[in-house]
Design a protein around this ligand. Sequence first.
Ligand SMILES: NC(=O)c1ccc[n+]([C@@H]2O[C@H](COP(=O)([O-])OP(=O)(O)OC[C@H]3O[C@@H](n4cnc5c(N)ncnc54)[C@H](OP(=O)(O)O)[C@@H]3O)[C@@H](O)[C@H]2O)c1
Length: 259
Amino acid sequence: MKALITGATSGIGQSFAAKLAKRGWSLILTGRNEEKLREMQKSLGGNIEIIAADLAKKEDVFRVYEFCRGKDVDMLINNAGYGLFGKFEDTDLEDEINMINVNITALHILTKLFLRDFKKRDHGTILNVASAAGFMSGPLMAAYYGSKNYVLKLSLAIWEELRRDRSNVKITVLCPGPVDTNFNNRAGVSFSVKPITADQAAEYALKKALNGKFFAIPGLTVKLGTIAPRFVPQKMLAAVVYNIQKAKKTSDGKEKALK
Ligand SMILES: NC(=O)c1ccc[n+]([C@@H]2O[C@H](COP(=O)([O-])OP(=O)(O)OC[C@H]3O[C@@H](n4cnc5c(N)ncnc54)[C@H](OP(=O)(O)O)[C@@H]3O)[C@@H](O)[C@H]2O)c1
């Protein structure tokens, strides 16, 4: 069995790689950090191919797909992604467009191209990494929450199309709450609740995906947190999320200056 993992150089993606390698899978790993990819290729052993790519660039996304073409990939794990913190009027537009390119556009392109291949073979699994943020709007991380809403809603729509087609192709969406990775450093925040480990998130998601389940929402609190939005008015929920986000501190321990 073979998997392509995006964002394999750190956090949840690195755990996906370790866990699938342990199960004897062949892997194609991608991320921007080529040195880290080479290191992983050596340390994981087995059949590991690597391709460095910046998924904010459309041409790199297609290059990754071409690299995988004809290699009979069984599972696509769209894991690469990151968040940006701040009031929408303040966050840097260029940074935000890059984030949308990685979190939405790259995932969209790879999902479509691999889905077409998987449908032809009537075999394959797509594991898209969204977030609990996908169930709500997120003041102070507006574009990040919006991007994860896109991943969740896109994946659910594809799931229904596959179900109607009685297809053997499967799609799973991972919606974790806080996970202890490099995510916070990049977003410039720290968690207000205790995170799970990247290994826990990856193992949970793989079990769900390999059993053909759609939702992978690790942890009871997070599960409840994803159900609540169905019963709470949207504006009230946005106010709650604002307060949660505002309480997050920057990685250097200082409270983010919010107007
Ligand atoms: N940590 C959390 O609390 C949490 C919660 C819910 C959902 N998630 C989601 O989980 C996924 C993995 O994040 P993580 O928590 O494991 O964070 P992480 O440790 O920061 O890992 C992010 C990965 O994405 C890759 N990446 C970032 N920008 C990229 C780009 N332009 N091109 C290619 N690859 C890029 C990074 O690789 P390079 O640096 O080598 O490019 C890295 O391997 C993300 O989609 C995130 O939104 C995280």
